[in-house]
Design a protein around this ligand. Sequence first.
Ligand code: PMP
Length: 359
Amino acid sequence: MKVFNFGAGPAQLPPPVMQQAQAEFLDWHGTGISVIEMSHRSPSFADIIDQSEHDLSELLSLPEHYQILFLQGGATHMMSMVPLNFLSRGQSADYLHTGNWSGKAINEGRRLAAVNVVASSKADEFMRIPPPSQWQLDPGAGYFYYCDNETISGVEFQDVPDAATAPLVSDMTSNFLSREFDITRFACVFAGAQKNIGPAGLTVAIIRKDCIGSSDRTLPLLYDFKTHADTRSLSNTPATFSWYMAGLTFRWILQQGGLAAMHSNALARSALLYDCIDSDDFYSSPVDRAYRSRMNIPFVLADDSLDKVFLQQAAEAGLLALKGHRSVGGMRASLYNGMPLEGVATLVEFMRDFSRRKG
Ligand code: PMP
């Protein structure tokens, strides 16, 4: 039986990437050793670094004045690194509160700096994004922070917000590389790898070079963007295997036609599932249509006493990890780059059949 993994992350990776990693696992390119046994300072790993940087730069049409960092510590670590690196003492930052992950960033930001929450959709249970007309921007803010796709509630920005005046910082952990965007609008974009890029343990950060080393604070070595920029992310041992696999994914995306192809795949996948949810009263999506995510799709059953049996029968049909986040309940299907359309078609077929039998 074919299995499809709808987990929010670590998530299903593109099958060809997994197959290539498997084929090369014991002997990388005739070296006789595995990538996981290779020095991060060896010529072989230097090739992996060069290729991955080259391919990611091509995917993003990245200009020279941006630096790619391959970091550890997860996206959560960036929630500390951003205020520490972007703000000098006494400076404040703007944050938009649209869900759990921007909420975490706000909490962490408050430990390190003055935070101005420009608007919050908490009262709407994060089912929409507050319109820019309601944002209370601080003209002195050192940056404007937002989360491009809230993984738990399933709300996604449809475009890069243009209301903010301060340099833009975005957490794109759960929708990075799933559509084209203009990187030059940003001072910093970051993403934990374990959704659209590769295995956990790696965080990709793209930072405008003039923002590196600009704070007047003395930072712990590994919290300083400059440490990583100066050493090409080799200050200490990086997450070599995750980095290598991210490189395979970048290559695969390029071969598929780049970010435009990822976007049209994402639209096709999410439309299929939203159509199923919207066309059957047995299912519903709580999220405002204008902000629905292409990546994470929460939905509920008309009768929540059937949740358990839904999840059980889905798992028996090879449709895994559909349980909604514990804070929201119901179901959630995560449809990242690695999810083939066939996976969503199989899920939709199962949902229609389940509704016929139980609805
Ligand atoms: N931001 C978003 C949008 C996320 O979805 C997640 C993880 N689910 C995080 C941040 C935290 O990532 P990590 O576990 O890599 O710290």
